[in-house]
Design a protein around this ligand. Structure first.
Ligand code: NI
Length: 226
């Protein structure tokens, strides 16, 4: 009898874990598609515009910056934020996106860029230690802050920002890689989402959008960043 129960458990537990894991993975992937759908990109004339249908992105978090200091969302409040999620081992996409973020920061007039905090959050905290993050962000913009944390802390922030990330084990590679969302979020000084930029968005389009959003915030006295 006990043998039978144990045998049944031995079969049911792995099957349950497999199904549970599969459902969780599918939900993350589905959520990712939903973020893009509800952000509803539209082409108006020549210029693409991004419409946000009341998207709830972001929220409180506790992470560790590239100097090893504990930080929360409150440390960045009061500044606009450009946030990108990725990992330092990423072969091509992450460096390209962070290069674009650097270009944007450098091309904005100082009275705009001064108000923006560029942030890189790892989806791979197992490998991305603060030391590694420090070396990595130094390859890009001088103001870029790299954030890592424990796996639960990172999972929490990924969920809050609706970022999909999954480990991919490739037998042809000596180490694993990560499949992940490639949005760049532009957040207001109140930590609320202003825009989502995609990989294909040109630097000029993003520059114009950022300027417009910062100008619009200036006309609302309560939102003027210090
Ligand atoms: Ni990447």
């Amino acid at each position: 009898m006990l043998k039978k129960i144990l045998l049944r458990l031995a079969i049911l537990v792995p099957v349950g874990l497999l199904i549970g894991g599969g459902v969780a993975w599918y939900q993350m992937k589905f959520d990712n598609a939903r973020v893009m759908k509800s952000a509803s990109y539209a082409i108006e004339g020549e210029k693409p515009t991004i419409r946000m249908a009341g998207l709830e992105i972001g929220g409180p978090f506790t992470l560790t910056d590239h100097n090893g200091n504990k930080v929360t969302e409150a440390d960045f409040a009061g500044k606009f934020q450009l946030i990108y999620f990725g990992f330092t081992y990423c072969p091509a996409i992450c460096p390209t996106e962070l290069q674009r973020m650097t270009q944007i920061m450098n091309q904005l007039p100082a009275d705009y860029s001064d108000k923006i905090q560029p942030i890189f959050i790892t989806v791979d905290p197992e490998r991305d230690t603060p030391e590694l993050m420090k070396n990595y962000v130094s390859l890009f913009h001088e103001d870029l802050v790299g954030l890592t944390g424990t796996r639960p802390q990172i999972d929490y922030v990924l969920k809050a920002y609706r970022i999909f990330a999954a480990r991919v084990d490739d037998p042809d590679l000596s180490d694993y890689t990560m499949d992940h969302s490639t949005f760049t979020y532009f957040m207001g000084p109140d930590n609320k989402l202003l825009s989502i930029y995609r990989m294909k968005d040109e630097v000029d389009f993003i520059l114009n959008d950022i300027k417009a959003k910062i100008l619009a915030a200036r006309t609302q006295p309560q939102d003027i960043p210090s």
